[in-house]
Structures are given as structure tokens and as C-alpha cells.
Design a binder for this molecule. Sequence first.
Ligand SMILES: Cc1cc2nc3c(=O)[nH]c(=O)nc-3n(C[C@H](O)[C@H](O)[C@H](O)COP(=O)(O)OP(=O)(O)OC[C@H]3O[C@@H](n4cnc5c(N)ncnc54)[C@H](O)[C@@H]3O)c2cc1C
Length: 692
Amino acid sequence: MESRREKNPMTEEESDGLIAARRIQRLSLHLSPSLTPSPSLPLVQTETCSARSKKLDVNGEALSLYMRGKHIDIQEKIFDFFNSRPDLQTPIEISKDDHRELCMNQLIGLVREAGVRPFRYVADDPEKYFAIMEAVGSVDMSLGIKMGVQYSLWGGSVINLGTKKHRDKYFDGIDNLDYTGCFAMTELHHGSNVQGLQTTATFDPLKDEFVIDTPNDGAIKWWIGNAAVHGKFATVFARLILPTHDSKGVSDMGVHAFIVPIRDMKTHQTLPGVEIQDCGHKVGLNGVDNGALRFRSVRIPRDNLLNRFGDVSRDGTYTSSLPTINKRFGATLGELVGGRVGLAYASVGVLKISATIAIRYSLLRQQFGPPKQPEVSILDYQSQQHKLMPMLASTYAYHFATVYLVEKYSEMKKTHDEQLVADVHALSAGLKSYVTSYTAKALSVCREACGGHGYAAVNRFGSLRNDHDIFQTFEGDNTVLLQQVAADLLKRYKEKFQGGTLTVTWSYLRESMNTYLSQPNPVTARWEGEDHLRDPKFQLDAFRYRTSRLLQNVAARLQKHSKTLGGFGAWNRCLNHLLTLAESHIETVILAKFIEAVKNCPDPSAKAALKLACDLYALDRIWKDIGTYRNVDYVAPNKAKAIHKLTEYLSFQVRNVAKELVDAFELPDHVTRAPIAMQSDAYSQYTQVVGF
Ligand SMILES: Cc1cc2nc3c(=O)[nH]c(=O)nc-3n(C[C@H](O)[C@H](O)[C@H](O)COP(=O)(O)OP(=O)(O)OC[C@H]3O[C@@H](n4cnc5c(N)ncnc54)[C@H](O)[C@@H]3O)c2cc1C
């Protein structure tokens, strides 16, 4: 390709001079931030070139200990196992079929050789289960998903939707991988709309069996993980049809889950009445064998109904402790939120890997610099900081938020507390959706931040991006999940006015309706001191104010439009508003958890580093939405400017401790195995990859 320099009529010297002058101009702006002196911004105001070397001395070990949590041991066991088994590491180039076999062998190795038994933790110690998932997902994301299908989806549905008889019969086989299985919910015509599923399970009282049928092509189970090659069983979601003595002859009891054997235990041949096709090569996650399932009058014993929320007796009588189809459906799906919790948590793991690679590379890579002086690290460019430092701060923010989600989920599994169930349901939907959308975008930013080298497959962004992309869709499409959060907020908003209680995560709404919705205070709207802007109270108030306003406004809009458009039409008319509300609420929860984590950090230097990151997270978000705050005069013009300047300053401060912040993730080398991310000897390792 013709280079730009070849087209330029200037001499090389002139051209270099111009570029250098432009760079110097940029750098000088960058090195001495043009902040107008303000008594309220003492630190910013005195920031000069020399202050750049003034850097927080962070106790990396203490920070790392605070971040890594209590399951370091099992994660290290997993990393050591795969490190010692090059034959189980996924090569850069691999065919779909080989990848599927390798992925199955990785799982078998993990379970039968390394002795890691994820299934034992699915119900009893979910925190440990998610730590395992994070570790195996960073070895190969296909492995993380394959493990999730086997233990969280197939195994989880058996133990969470079934009863003791199912646990007794299936637990060991699922645990040791003799009973490989699938989770067959989605159909060709219905993915997000699970209540629209058409597969039927009709009770035959004569034979005491259910008959599973795919009534039309649209009801073929589609995208089912483990179905194309390895699965022996499937949890099939189908409408339960019971014979009745009235004129209709049958009664549809709604969607229930059934265990359906799909392959012979000995020969692995597909069983009679079951047809299986391969969903083929995918954009990513090709280590997972997704398939399509069609059932033609497949008979299963009555006992195969997973009967925790609804049962059928020998004579065909239906019983349930829950009064309506909707309540039973809600309870069934409620038991499956573990998958979402796992995806949110794993997505933060992906974000850590990709931010680590991009930031290490940016510290190492040098381009341009002042004349006759060494080139500067690309992370010293304000633009690179702008791309990566708020991302690093966000990674920390999401880490603490998802750790909190996992804790709440574990508590919920133990207590079954009703309010906690509701809280975890909405929080897992919100965090899964928010974090996976963020990570998907961040992966592209990281690739671009590493220039051309970011595009080499060996440096991992391609596979991370392709494998992670679908996190936005499966276990609930993000746009659909955010609507659940919005619906929940509206429900609680309504309850609040009817004197109802609010669960923990939502409790700020109680105050917000009274405090935050009064007119913005004209005095505080003008406060622009650094102490004030870095005060968690200001930051949280700003987030809560935004959520409360969005909530109040959308509630009024829905009420107005529903008179003419009906409930469905009104919701659709306000859909974007509702999505913004849900995101705003989730950001508020994330900030609250980050502030709490900073407060609880025992080591002062680690705490100071976290505080920098937390302030950057908060102010960057406020700045990104500054129009909203300005529109209602929540911040005066000068305060908006001060927020912007402080955000840039914090970006720069976080850059100074970026190495310590990424090191604290303690990702092993073979996880961030991108050669460009190696700290020393980077380019020689990289050149070896291409054969020099
Ligand atoms: C690799 C992979 C693995 C999978 N594994 C499994 C598995 O093991 N088991 C299983 O059961 N399923 C599995 N799935 C299916 C997955 O769960 C579904 O794809 C997912 O639920 C989304 O459904 P859908 O594809 O029908 O999308 P749709 O629901 O058709 O969504 C398409 C688009 O429409 C939008 N949309 C839909 N409804 C609304 C609404 N109400 N408001 C606004 N926008 C809306 C969505 O935002 C989306 O952008 C897998 C899928 C893939 C790709």
C-alpha cells in the first residue's frame, strides 16, 4: 500500500518537523493540564510536569489479596493443571471438530484427572463454582461454557427444578461426566419469549408416561449446547398437556421441564424418535457443540418430570404449591438465574484479561516523543489514557459489583428469602446485561489500542471478542433483561406509594422520591471543589438523582400513553427511556458497591489506589451524561467543566498506578499469554511466534 508519507509533497525533514511540532503541542497540553486556577481544585491546579513522577506507592500484594478473594487455591490448581498439560491447551488454529473434542477432553481432564468437581459446588458453594468457571473460562472460553452447560444448565436444572428422587438418581453421573447433558429451552421460533414455546409433553395415563413432541418446524429445539456430539440427556422445556374430561379433552398447564434421554448410554447412538442436527460453525465458542433437536412421540416415564413446582399424580391429577401458571413459570425461571450470575462474573474475567493485555502493551509500546528525546510510552498519550483508564476503573467497579452479586446469590440459595430472591433476580439480569455489553465494546477498544499487533490472533483479542460476543444474547438477551430491571423498578415505585417494602438494593428509592426529586439545590449545583467532587456522597447522590428522575418521568409517560395505546403500546413507546432507566439504576448499584469496597479495604495504599479508580469511574460516568445533569441545572456550567478536568486528571493519576492495578488481577502468564502483553522481552517473544 502507498504510504501517506509517499503522497506528501513536503521533504521528509519538513514533514518530520511538522509532525514533531504537532506532537510537542499535544504533549505540552497533556503534560501541563490547562486548568484554570481555582481554589477548589488545589491538587489539579498544582499539577505540573514534575508532579508526573509523583506517584502513589501501592502495596501490590495487599491490593491483590483484597481483589483475589477466598478461592485463589482452586483457581491456581486449575491454572497449574492446564500449564502442565500442553496437550490440553487450545492452539490458535484448530478446526471446529477438533476444538469440540479438545474441549470435551479439557473438561474430562479437569474433572477426572485434576479432581476438580464443579457440580458439588453448584448448589452448596456457588462462590467456589463461579471461581472455577472464571478460571477455566480464561483457559478457553469454550471450556467455560461447556462446563456451564453440563453443570449449571443441565445439572442445575435437575437439582433445582427436580426433587430428591432426581438428585439421587442423577447427581453422581452428572458430577463424573457419565451423564453428559443439555439444556433444551430455545426453539427455532422462540428464544427470548420462553412462554411461547411449542414443544409438548402430553401425559398418557394408560402407560404412566409423557409423550414429547415437536409439533412443527418452528418448535425444533435450536442452539442446544452439548447436543450435536456429546450429550446423552436433555432437560427439555415443554408445555405440559393433561387429558381432561371436558369438551376440550386436554388442558395446557404451561411450560415445565422434563428429563429426556437423547442418546444410548452404551452405544451413544441417537435414541428412537429423537433427531439431532448440528448447528454448524459459529462466530465463536466453536469448542461447544450446539445442535438442534426434534422429538417424534418420544416416551419418557412420569418420574422424568422435574416436579419441584408442579407434579402429576398416577391418575393424571395436577398439583402445585403455586396457584397460577405465571407463578410457576416465574419460580422455574427464578431457579435458573445462576447462569446469569455466572456470565456476569465471567464477563468481568474477560474484561480483566483484555484490559491487562492492552494496558501492559501500552506501557511497553513507545511511539514518537519530543525531538531528540526517547520515544514515549503510548499510555502517556491522553487519548490512550482516555480509552483505557476509565476502562480499568470500570473493571474494578464491575469486579466488586459481581462479587457482591455472587455473595447475594449464595445467600439466596441458602435462605430462599423471598425479598432476596426478587433482588437477586433483578440484579443478575441487570448486571449480566450491563457488564457483558460493556465488555463486548471494550474488547474492540483494546484491540484498537494495541494497533496492528492487536489484530494478530496470537494476541487473543479476536478469540476473546468472538467467544464473548454471544454473552450479550444467551442466558437472556440483554435488551430483554434490562426491561425486566425497569419493570421491577416500576413495580417497586408503585409499591412505595402503596406503603410496600423495598429490598436492599432498591432501598435508596425510598429517600430518592422525597429528597432527590425536589428541585436541584442551586448552591450545591455550583460547588466545584475537588473534595466535593470526590466525595462519595456527591457522586452517589448524582447517580441516584438521575435514576429517580428517569423513574418518575417514565412512570408518568407510561400512565399517559397507556390510556391511548394500552399497556403493550405504551411500554413500546417508552422503551428506550426504560432501558436508560435500567442502566442508570445498575450503574448506581455498581457505584455504591465500589464505594463500599474502597471503604472496607484494610491497606491504606491499596485503598488510595482504589479510591482513585472509584472516583474516575464515578466522574467519568457523570461526565458522559453531563447533558442530563446540565439540562436540569443539577450542575452549573463551571461545575461541569471542573468535573471534566478532574476526570482527565484522575485518568492520568490512574495511569501512574495502572501497572499495579492490572498486576493485582494476578492473571497467570498463560492466560494473558498474548506475547505483546509480556512485560519483558516482549518483542523477541513475539518474533519467535512468527518464526524468527
Ligand atoms: C452459541 C449459543 C449457545 C446457546 N446455547 C443454548 C442452550 O444451551 N440452550 C438453550 O436453550 N438456548 C441456547 N441458546 C439460545 C439463546 O439462549 C437464545 O439465542 C437467546 O435466548 C435469544 O433468543 P433468540 O435468539 O430467539 O433472539 P430473539 O429473542 O429473537 O432476539 C432477536 C433480537 O430481538 C430483540 N428483541 C426480542 N424481544 C424483544 C423485546 N421484547 N423488546 C425489545 N427487543 C426485543 C432482541 O434484543 C434481539 O436483538 C444459545 C444460543 C447461542 C447463539
